[in-house]
Design a protein around this ligand. Structure first.
Ligand code: GMT
Length: 379
């Protein structure tokens, strides 16, 4: 197939899933065209089936808000037409699904029919999408898609609750490259940051309020009062200054809590970690937790959104209610106990294997084929 993929090219989960999907499809022999405003961060290898098309948004003094959506739609028209795409897969509804609808209509005037697949990732529904500023366009563009997928059953349910959706939404969960995300021997690194055998807790996110990074620090503070421990914080974002202040207020030094910034090779740090913390307020799936589990790191999480579909209570980690820091401290100590940790680590990896790339990517291929067949049948 000749597939177009539109996504946010950043470290965010939707961009990571879209890029990993494109790479996996290219390895299976499909020709994959990324259409994004900059090179996706995970588009880090060369393959003869991968192509990248940059969306350029010209500036003009009149534009307080440069019309990215129009530039994107025009680029989609160009690429579908000239690269003869069979299907266009847009990740994150806003504004990709509505731009795709516009492109589809323009292409129709040229006699070209291309099916649109929209994948809902989470905040495009649960936070931003349901805001009255966007809701009518989000509803319309989901309904105009030829195929719609959501990354968890919970996100599917929320989409039906918040929007008047007339389409079937297929659940296709996030997936993981088990070869890249596997425990590696990084004992020299562990010895350097935890010289006295301290337990290593880790959190990775974009440090936005929905991630409740303050809870991460408070959970860590509770744990370290019972067992020697260090906290690794991977990522960056708007809440970072608040988190740094909280660390200072709690008397946590830069040896206790290490801010590692945005890391490419997060699997290397996960390889030395004992416990992943995900106290999110909302989380449609929790790709970061899956990456951790794949590296044999159990997860302390909330029960928000689709997280319980990934993190099984008392198997791959423990699940608490949003904001219940005391419960998460208690659970963390339980998982970290020497008599429990090995079984949690093994179960985390075993469970991650259910989400292997080669199990999930065929679901997207089947979804594309159904949409292509249906467009052909209606010619
Ligand atoms: O987590 C974020 O804030 C980033 C966001 C995104 O769209 O890039 O991630 C969402 O999509 C990921 C991939 O499908 C999911 O694993 C995350 O759970 C989801 N985040 C939220 O729902 C908050």
């Amino acid at each position: 197939m000749n597939i177009g993929i539109v996504c946010y090219p950043t470290f965010g989960g939707s961009g990571v899933v879209a890029t990993e999907l494109g790479k996996a499809l290219a390895l299976k022999g499909h020709r994959v065209h990324f259409i994004t405003y900059s090179q996706p961060v995970r588009l880090d290898f060369f393959n003869e089936n991968l192509f990248y098309h940059e969306v350029f948004v010209p500036a003009y003094p009149l534009f307080q808000f440069p019309p990215y959506e129009l530039a994107l739609a025009s680029k989609m028209v160009d690429i579908v037409q000239n690269e003869k795409l069979d299907v266009l897969h847009v990740h994150y509804a806003i504004p990709h699904a509505s731009a795709a609808f516009m492109a589809k209509q323009i292409l129709l005037t040229k006699g070209i029919r291309v099916p649109i697949i929209t994948t809902l990732h989470g905040t495009d529904i649960t936070l931003v999408g349901k805001d009255a500023s966007y809701e009518p366009v989000v509803t319309f563009s989901i309904n105009q898609s030829d195929g719609v997928t959501a990354v968890s059953a919970d996100l599917r349910k929320e989409t039906y609750e918040y929007f008047a959706i007339e389409k079937d939404i297929e659940v296709i969960p996030n997936f993981i490259n088990l070869t890249r995300f596997k425990k590696q021997d990084k004992s020299h690194f562990k010895a350097a940051i935890a010289p006295d055998g301290e337990k290593l807790l880790i959190h990775t996110s974009n440090f936005r309020s929905v991630k409740r990074v303050e809870d991460v620090v408070r959970i860590f503070d509770g744990v370290r009062q019972q067992v020697p421990a260090k906290l690794l914080l991977v990522g960056d974002g708007p809440d970072r200054p608040r988190i740094e202040k909280l660390c200072r207020d709690l008397g946590l030094s830069s040896h206790d809590v290490r801010f590692l910034g945005k890391l490419e090779a997060v699997e290397e740090v996960l390889s030395v970690s004992d416990l992943f913390l995900m106290p999110s307020e909302k989380e449609s799936f929790g790709l970061a937790a899956l990456e951790a589990m794949s590296c044999e790191v159990p997860v302390i999480s909330t029960d928000a959104g689709g997280i319980p579909e990934l993190n099984e209570h008392d198997l791959t980690g423990m699940v608490s209610q949003v904001g219940d820091v005391d419960d998460m401290v208690k659970n963390a100590l339980y998982v970290l106990a020497d008599e429990n940790l090995p079984r949690f680590k093994a179960a985390a990896r075993a469970h991650a294997e259910l989400f292997a790339t080669d199990k999930i990517v065929p679901l997207y291929e089947a979804c594309y084929q159904r949409a292509i067949d249906s467009v052909m049948a209606n010619l």
